[in-house]
Design a protein around this ligand. Sequence first.
Ligand code: PBG
Length: 337
Amino acid sequence: MNFPATRMRRLRRTEALRSLVRETHLHPAALIQPLFLCPGVGIRREIASMPGVFNLSLDEAVKEAEAAASLGLGGLLLFGLPAEKDDQATGAWSSEGIVQQALRAFKSNRKLDPLALIADVCLCEYTTHGHCGVVSHDHAATTHSHEASYEIQNDPTLTLLAKTAVSLAAAGADIVAPSDMMDGRVEAIRQALDAAQLDQTPILSYAAKFASAFYGPFREAANSAPQFGDRRTYQMDGANLREALREIDQDIAESADMILMKPAMPYLDVIRAARDRYDIPLGAYQVSGEYAMLQAAFARGWLSPDRTILESLLSIRRAGADFIVTYFAQQAAKLIT
Ligand code: PBG
């Protein structure tokens, strides 16, 4: 390249030229909106730390889903707030669970046909202790130890996760998405689905999910904060890129159909590395804390919403994500079209 013969600014002069050479695009069909379903009727309760995001009773959720469909979104990611919690996470796998009810209602509504209904598979919203797995307490734990006196039991959890996935798929989920980070859960879920004649239900695995402070507002939205300890014995250490690739290898070997990376903006390098290495469909989750910090800046007039929202999503697409789970899905779809 030699200046002045080469001038990079020639192709930036007009919007027509800029759009002709644009390398990355956002489409509503590649955006997925999370929904938080709660019991009751006529409930639309805003999450304090997530302006514009609500706990929705079924009737309200149907309206929200119809709006998502008419904007051309790709799908919904469903989370449930059960009426009651227990140690076995009954609300997660019961056929009368809140998400199972919603799936049946959504599936009988033709207006929602264009949406992929993705059911989160995890126990934390449904357990009294708020952990993503079965907990055993070690009462003999020494007070000298700085390590936890409880353990999230991997293999007993797999049984419950598999049961949950089967129940959600049977209720109509187009995709099941395990977010618990137990070892071996993709294989356990695949086997259980196949055994239940649900061999056509794909698994979207949260293959690389980091133990992140950016999930804070979600735990308010889903009422799923751990009552003791934290999730660092099962979610990944944010310092580890190579380990994230091993997690993905493992999930692909266990027959995951798609993978999800999470959080998104603080981990764009991980998304890029995964995109370069794997041909499997790959999504990223712009999580609650990413949403909350942008909303906080919008509320103060420190950032302008429209351009910032699109730029944040574009950064995730550019890093290599095929699709994005985002609380901005509807707002972004309106801006794109
Ligand atoms: C459940 C789950 C969490 C999120 C998605 N699924 C919370 C957590 O792991 O604590 C976070 C999503 C967000 O922050 O928007 N395991």
